[in-house]
Design a protein around this ligand. Sequence first.
Ligand code: DP6
Length: 328
Amino acid sequence: MENSGLCRAHTNIALIKYWGKRDENLFLPMNSSLSLTLDAFYTDTKVTLEPTAEADTFYLNGVLQGEKETQKIANFIDLFRHEANNNSRVKVESYNHVPTAAGLASSASAFAALSGACRDAFNLELSTEVLSTFARRGSGSATRSLYGGFVEWNKGIDHDSLSSHAIPIDAADWDVAMLVIAVNTGEKKLSSRVGMKQTVETSAFYPAWVESAEKDLIAIKDAIQAQDFIRVGEITEANGMKMHGTMLGAIPPISYWEPESVKAFQKIQEIRAQGIPCYVTMDAGPNVKVLCQGSNIEKIKKILLKDFKPDQLITSGVGSGIQSLKLS
Ligand code: DP6
């Protein structure tokens, strides 16, 4: 019997954001969200069962991790041990392939890859949809990294964990790409987990955010089906800005923006005014992500190079869903 699994999962960037949980224990979101999986950023994770070991061990990029990091993933792996009725400890070896300059959080690809590797190592028969409900419990955004292309994360019903899962959006070949403008690659000051909780609990705008995100989701799905890039971009940019506006309404206010983020946003607005469709989205950090068409990416980069350094500009095409890799 095979006792290890190796999986690759790509990261994703939300076009309709997830910002707030209705159940913190089960990672159930307040609203459904939608993302684009990126091919340039991914995590490879190997999980090996170690039945005689007393504790899990966790290597990240070849470095043995301390107690705190290991405990975090050990709790997550308990979900698989419980499902498989197998209490074996494991060795986890994870490699993040995210250009350091991109400063992109890798929890989405990390928990998606770890889920797939655990499924294979524990020999569990789990559909991709069900696997996404496991990944969700490591980090909400990981739910969407199970599939490639455009992916919806349906918020689900009440406290029913299985109902809150990823759904791939069937979209014909799209000329869509993402350009990351790396503003600051240091660790973020406030984690998304803490930031979203504070927003849910204190922002007067929060109910309006949830209502409007649900409407944006319906609208963007229509625009994706119609292959209307401009509409997809407009909805993406507006949704991200509404999320940041909602955070500003929290007490104390939350802002992940830095002066260079504002500069990047303004530059993208200028480029758009020149007739090149490109749209900004930002997450729980100062880096700016630009949704554009692959055919325009070089033109956009050329203009941005007047204000940003070459290594601040990282491009990515559309990524695929989770893959089990061959063990050597
Ligand atoms: C702004 O998935 O990192 O990127 O579920 O607490 O781990 P936890 O949060 P996380 O939050 C992502 C927030 C976001 C928007 C998004 O990806 O939808």
